[in-house]
Design a protein around this ligand. Structure first.
Ligand SMILES: [Zn+2]
Length: 99
């Protein structure tokens, strides 16, 4: 999704709902597989509302074809929960401490 669609959302949603969508989306980040650039999912133009991880073991929601502003390559960017929102990572830390 493009930033233009954020403007569309802002237009159709009550401001509280728009803020909720933005806050939810900002829990996610996108990662370029070519150069490892990490971007805020909202800044990257994504919309993820009440999204979950398809794979709880990795925190990954999905992959989406995107043009990377850093390396200029078009590739499948990983959409993943940011570490601070990542319950699976905390679980892993606990598991490691028990080893
Ligand atoms: Zn890149």
């Amino acid at each position: 999704m493009k930033i233009a669609e954020h403007r569309f959302l802002r237009f159709i949603l009550p401001s509280k709902a728009f803020a909720a969508v933005e806050a939810d989306t900002r829990k996610w980040q996108t990662e370029c597989p070519k150069c490892q650039l990490v971007r805020d999912a909202w800044e990257a133009g994504c919309v993820l509302y009440k999204a979950g991880c398809n794979n709880p073991a990795t925190g990954i929601n999905s992959k989406s074809l995107a043009l990377c502003p850093a390396c200029g390559e078009k590739s499948m960017h990983v959409i993943r929960l940011k570490p601070e929102h990542n319950a699976w990572e905390k679980k892993q830390e606990i598991a490691q401490q028990q080893d």
